[in-house]
Design a protein around this ligand. Sequence first.
Ligand SMILES: [Fe+2]
Ligand SMILES: [Fe+2]
Length: 348
Amino acid sequence: MNNKNPLILIVDDNIKNLQVLGTLLMEENYEVSIAGNGKEAILEVMNNPPDLILMDVTMPVMNGFEAVKRLKENTATMDIPVLFITAMNEEADEEKGFLLGAEDYITKPVRAPIVKARVKLHLALNNQKRLLEQQVNKRTEELYKLNRELEDTRLEIIRRLGRASEYRDNETGNHIIRMSKVSRIIAVGSGLSDGECDLILNASPMHDIGKIGIPDNILLKPGKLNPEEWEIMKTHVTQGAEILQGHNSRLLKTAVEIALTHHEKWDGSGYPNGLKGGNIPLSGRISAVADVFDALTSVRPYKKAWSVEKAVELLKNERGRHFQPGLVDIFLSALPSILEISSQYLDR
Ligand SMILES: [Fe+2]
Ligand SMILES: [Fe+2]
């Protein structure tokens, strides 16, 4: 509230009542405005919003109940406290007044001390309410800000965790950035919602987190793995899921899904569970395409980088075998933006 004296709008069709109420309020140093019926009151409120309204009930043109109903329906005027002042003192009327949202009810004939006390009380209450609202809004804004910071931190930690798992077999860790961004592109092409696409973007960096549990002599072996070593290598998917599971957030649940299923194949020949077709979660099917393409076109301890043409050829050959056919199509039609990402995050 500003420092001016509070403005009270008195609404009454009886000039004598207006005079009596006006005088006693001015004695208390309130500013006073007047209206002769409900319709005039609404106009007056719009032109010069008061801090409080004293409202008669029975008036011509528009009665007090109707005027209050309209004022309380309007978000611009609903917070102005209204006190009915009326000769009607049956309980039913009081009830109606309160139901309409009036703050209080004073019966005629008015007694000056009562009117003064109620007006003072309701101005103070409303002032408190406004202060509280301001504080709540401020705190809410602060909470939103904190929440955004927490969310940013969480995503950053997840990205770094994903990178950490890649550092061991990939010097720059850029594989997971490219792979997750490409996963998002395929997710967008699949018609997923923005939220789902972001989940895949943010969860896929952790797909190989289970490699943390794979011994160096296997993970970094320059040559081909023997069958025993290969079995150990394959456990990175279950180890990853174990590391990530047990938390209820959608992000971590998606991360578990991707960690566990990014080596499943559309024809059922993948691992760890040999899931087939639509039984493989979509997030796993999507990240498989992005992961394989990026792995093929990157240098690894056991191989050189393939050309884009050769990698694309493999994706086409594996369409319907390793990969869901539709996802390969989406990948191929998005190839220009995918190559753009590859060029932005080059391995050193
Ligand atoms: Fe993997
Ligand atoms: Fe990968």
